[in-house]
Write a protein that binds this ligand. Structure first.
Ligand SMILES: [Zn+2]
Length: 286
């Protein structure tokens, strides 16, 4: 369960933006290079050149969507920079087609071209809007996970308040050991008890945690309220099995994170520098 530093770095390297090109990008680059050459002798209009630049941008944005939206990379493996990159690419893909579609719709209304000429474009626009919606959903889920992880770190440093019947943070150390086999057992028992899978929101180390120097390897977050039936059941199971956990109850003001249960010992600070995002994602922790 606990990943070595090497395997964590390996995951990071794999998750860095791919530099590889696609056939569509290569073709768009070649077209653009050819047109730029022709432009130097005045054989190509500025508008045609802009169109070719647009086509290259579109191919690159499409690749971004394939890598970060449709690809196999899980939302918890994204960095904050990558979610921004994904959103921007999806947005530009909509804008490019919406602009052309708008211009051609005017021509259809004026009777210059038949409606059938813009039907393909209409479908394309629909597809791209759907992709943007998916990208926004992804960014939203990412933000929730980020908030949850941040809250966890903040709450771990909060001293339980004496007057409060239920402390904000309740930790149980048990045997101090949390293994894969424990998780498998708890998952199957939870499924039997509640007829749904254990709602795991973060399993082990993720780029999200790495990006703000947080060692979450060998730890699992479960999105249940510690005081709901599911949360109470889970806490009692963990206590019986002597598995360490932290129950987080409070909401951090200004953050949309919900209470959850962190299974495993408290997260430690990573000693490796942040490699996963260029902009030091998730600032404002301290
Ligand atoms: Zn956690």
């Amino acid at each position: 369960m606990r990943q070595s530093l090497f395997s964590r770095l390996l995951v990071l390297c794999l998750a860095l933006p791919a530099l590889a090109s696609t056939p569509a990008i290569e073709k768009a680059k070649q077209d653009l290079a050819r047109l730029r050459e022709l432009a130097t002798i005045g054989a190509v209009s500025r508008a045609r050149l802009l169109q070719a630049e647009d086509a290259l941008g579109d191919a690159q944005d499409e690749d971004t969507l394939h890598r970060l939206l449709y690809g196999s990379v899980g939302v918890e493996q994204l960095s904050e920079g990558q979610t921004q990159e994904l959103l921007a690419a999806a947005q530009r893909r909509v804008e490019r087609v919406a602009k052309t579609y708008g211009n051609l719709t005017d021509l259809v209304q004026q009777g210059v071209i038949p409606k059938s000429h813009i039907e393909d474009l209409e479908l394309q626009l629909k597809d791209r809007r759907l992709a943007l919606q998916l990208a926004e959903n992804r960014a939203h889920i990412f933000q929730d996970l980020l908030n949850m992880a941040k809250a966890e770190e903040l709450l771990q440093s909060v001293e339980p308040q004496e007057e409060s019947a239920k402390p904000l943070v309740e930790s149980f150390t048990g045997s101090g050991v949390f293994k894969d086999a424990h998780l498998k057992y708890v998952e199957s028992a939870f499924q039997k008890q509640f007829h749904r899978p254990l709602p795991i929101t973060a399993q082990g180390q993720s780029n999200l945690h790495t990006s703000f120097g947080f060692d979450h390897s060998g730890r699992v977050d479960v999105g249940v309220n510690p005081d709901d039936a599911e949360g109470k059941w889970l806490r009692s199971q963990l206590q019986t099995l002597r598995i360490p956990y932290i129950a987080l109850r409070a909401m951090i003001p200004g953050q949309s994170t919900g209470p959850h249960i962190h299974i495993g010992l408290p997260s430690l600070r990573l000693k490796v520098p942040d490699l996963s995002s260029g902009n030091g994602a998730g600032g404002g922790l301290h």
